[in-house]
Design a protein around this ligand. Structure first.
Ligand code: GLA
Length: 721
């Protein structure tokens, strides 16, 4: 006995919208972005949804009759492998599925039927599918945001049965499968890395088979980031086709590029690694994370700019805001914080032009070092005997906003919280609870744990007039099974992040002025899911200005400068020991959201004066960096120079770095991008003038860089003088 799944509410104007068109007769659905199209065909007879086209725009009249691809017909072929919008495990399908289940009787084959295609408000269409006899329905959602080239997809599962049908275990539950057009060869681009080495961009040929990136760590991870780009081997930074798929998820995840021997390629994107299964009880639902995708015919740079625009306009909670210049005390005082040393830093930070002062780790009870205290979120009685309010008041009096570091999802064994609630951590009673950085993970899938977190966060923010939280997460999951156990005990790899989202959503609703920086030991939780609830991310614990160029290059592939927090810290750098001039350190950090993280009490007057001047320069260019279109002119590692350009309305900013020098011929002029050929551009610092055509075709003569390693320059151009 099964019941019908709840139907999404149809839009009043069923038929066609500007960006979603449906041809009832052929079952063809066309999704139109600003510059492209995505076409699928609902095959009611076969009970599936076939992919037709993704790329440049086509007329609907052509799309309805485009032929569908099938593998050679033989008894070993997966006829549709690689061409279905949501392949299931069932029938003659042999490629990795988007949906795999275990029904209550232990069987797994799924046999889909199409129930309906529903046009919804907001350029949104849903294809409703269900198993022909078993109690499971799944709805494929497609949404075309009102502008830009990004497409959004997600899937909702519904257990349509009654208690006697038993549970359905979702073994694989991808957000989407994105089939690609047929090309002879494919190249895969992705970032990999580790702590303090995030975002290393790598491109390699895509082999036949399954290539999977992912995280089994319970958080997004430093080691890979949830996106993948595929191009037909001949795409460049500013030319050629590329297809990019990303996942807006902050827990464990999996993205698989699958190239079949028969010549089809597609990308599966979804939450949860293998074995992280979800149980649906009768009447239960599960909605996946959103997968975002873009096709660009303007190269990798074009795809990045599409994502940047989308994230800025439709994902970030406060897209119009410019991020303030921040000061963070971590590398100045480490755990040795006190009211006095923070006030001394705050005064200097205000004097150089910081607008937000953030007190980092070490401020709470029991936090002598990283062995104790996490969980006990009241001020350290010796370090802040008067509490945090006097510091907060002084920071506000200095004209800055007040920010505080927190790590709500973690606990040290040496804490009152752990002594009171040892069962709140991810653990299995007969396994060793692995400690990493001497801490354990609190299970945020449990409401009693998230309620506790909300309770103290509310108090902390209210009592101390906190304007900004740096929300950290400093270890990966181990022994992760839900306290309730059961066949889907590992769902905490998905549910923890959802608990986190609920806390963030609630906190933001209660404190609309509060701004949040996401951090996970640097860039361990950077994704479009967390970005829909935070305002910026801490890019990396590596603050070496040279290393950062590579990390920032990888970061920029998907994420805009507007969220990329970057600090100027001391030299030599505490992590790498490299000595870097102050100007270069600033120029490196000015490529994102500028912050300062050095010990300002040890900076000389000359350094403080130079810092103040450079902060002023950043404030002058920040709208261009934070709102502009980004062009990666010269990637790091391909020659002596690396450069990025930002264009916002009539202003253009170029940052140029030469990390290490080498004797050789002079570098050619730097060819700029994204300008108006006919317009005149004036260098705001030198007064020289060129046409946009000259700057793009011939290039701008390189400014004189100081001799030696770590030289840098900044160019500001204004149009129409
Ligand atoms: C993490 C963060 C750092 C700092 C420390 C504090 O490593 O990434 O910026 O806040 O924690 O313990």
């Amino acid at each position: 006995m099964t019941t019908e799944p709840a139907r999404p509410v149809p839009s009043s104007s069923a038929g066609a919208s500007r960006r979603v068109q449906l041809d009832e007769e052929s079952g063809t659905v066309m999704l139109r972005t600003d510059r492209g199209a995505y076409v699928l065909r609902v095959d009611r007879a076969a009970g599936t949804v076939r992919h037709v086209h993704w790329g440049a725009s086509l007329p609907l009249a052509d799309a309805v009759s485009l032929p569908l691809w099938s593998e050679n017909d033989n008894s070993f072929a997966g006829r549709w492998d690689g061409t279905e919008e949501y392949p299931v495990d069932g029938g003659a399908r042999f490629a990795a599925p988007a949906l795999e289940v275990r029904f209550a009787d232990g069987s797994s084959p799924v046999e889909p039927t199409v129930q309906d295609v529903v046009l919804l408000e907001g350029d949104h269409v849903a294809v409703l599918l269900r198993d022909c006899t078993r109690p499971l329905a799944w709805h494929l959602h497609y949404r075309v945001p009102p502008d830009g080239d990004v497409l959004e997809r997600w899937t909702e599962f519904v257990h349509t049965g009654a208690p006697q049908d038993g549970d359905v275990l979702l073994v694989r539950y991808a957000s989407a499968h994105w089939p690609l057009p047929q090309r002879a060869d494919w190249r895969l681009s992705a970032v990999h890395g580790g702590w303090s080495a995030e975002g290393h961009l790598e491109r390699s040929a895509l082999p036949v088979g399954e290539t999977t990136l992912g995280s089994r760590r319970g958080h997004t991870g430093h080691h890979a980031n949830p996106w993948i780009a595929l191009d037909p081997q001949d795409t460049g930074e500013e030319h050629g086709d590329v297809w990019v798929v990303a996942l807006a998820s902050s827990g464990s995840w999996r993205i698989t590029a699958q190239r079949t021997a028969a010549g089809r390629t597609g990308v599966l994107a979804g939450e949860g690694h293998e074995g992280a299964e979800l149980r649906l009880r009768p009447g239960g639902r599960h909605r996946t994370a959103v997968s975002l995708a873009v096709h660009s015919s303007h190269g990798f740079g074009g795809a990045s700019r599409s994502f940047h625009r989308h994230l800025r306009a439709h994902v970030l909670p406060h897209p119009q805001e410019l991020r303030p210049v921040l000061y963070n005390s971590w590398e100045a005082t480490w755990f040795e914080v006190s009211e006095d040393n923070q006030i001394a830093l705050a005064r200097r930070a205000a004097a150089v032009g910081a607008e937000l002062f953030v007190l980092d780790d070490g401020w709470f009870r029991g936090r002598e070092d990283d062995r104790s205290g996490l969980g006990d979120w009241t001020p350290h009685p010796k370090r802040f005997p008067r509490g945090l309010r006097p510091l907060s008041d002084e920071v506000h009096r200095l004209g800055m906003a007040f920010g505080l570091w927190v790590e709500p999802e973690m606990v040290n064994a040496d804490s009152d919280l752990y002594r009171a609630h040892p069962a709140w951590v991810l653990h299995l009673p007969d396994r060793t609870a692995t400690e990493l950085r001497h801490q354990m993970v609190l299970d945020f899938s449990r409401p009693e744990v998230t309620d506790w977190a909300l309770g103290w966060l509310r108090r902390l923010v209210t009592e101390n007039a906190v304007d900004f939280l740096k929300w950290d997460f400093n270890r990966s999951f181990t022994e992760a099974g839900t306290h309730a156990g059961g066949p889907d005990a590992r769902r905490v790899h998905v549910d923890h992040a959802r608990g986190l989202y609920r806390v963030l959503d609630q906190l933001r609703a209660e404190f609309p002025q509060l701004r949040i920086e996401a951090c996970a030991g640097g860039g361990g939780r950077v994704d479009a899911g967390i970005l829909s609830r935070t305002d910026q991310v801490w890019t990396s614990d590596n603050t070496d200005a040279v290393d950062r160029l590579r990390i920032q290059h990888g970061f920029s592939q998907l994420y805009p400068a507007r969220v990329m927090s970057a600090w100027v810290t001391d030299s030599p750098n505490p992590l790498t020991g490299r000595t870097v001039p102050l100007r270069f350190r600033f120029h490196s950090a000015m490529a994102g959201v500028l912050g300062i993280g050095g010990d300002l009490t040890r900076w000389t007057d000359a350094e403080l004066a130079e810092a103040a001047e450079l902060v002023q320069v950043y404030k002058d260019i920040r709208a261009v960096v934070q709102r502009g279109e980004q062009f990666r002119l010269l990637p790091p590692g391909n020659g002596p120079l690396t450069a990025v350009q930002y264009v916002d309305e009539d202003r253009t900013v170029v940052l140029i770095w030469r990390p290490s020098t080498a004797y050789g011929p002079p570098e050619p002029p730097l060819r700029l991008r994204g300008l108006e050929a006919e317009a005149r551009y004036r260098d705001e610092d030198t007064g020289r003038e060129w046409s946009g055509a000259t700057l793009m075709a011939f290039g701008i003569p390189l400014p004189d860089l100081p001799p030696g390693d770590c030289a840098s320059a900044l160019i500001r151009l204004r149009r129409g003088w």
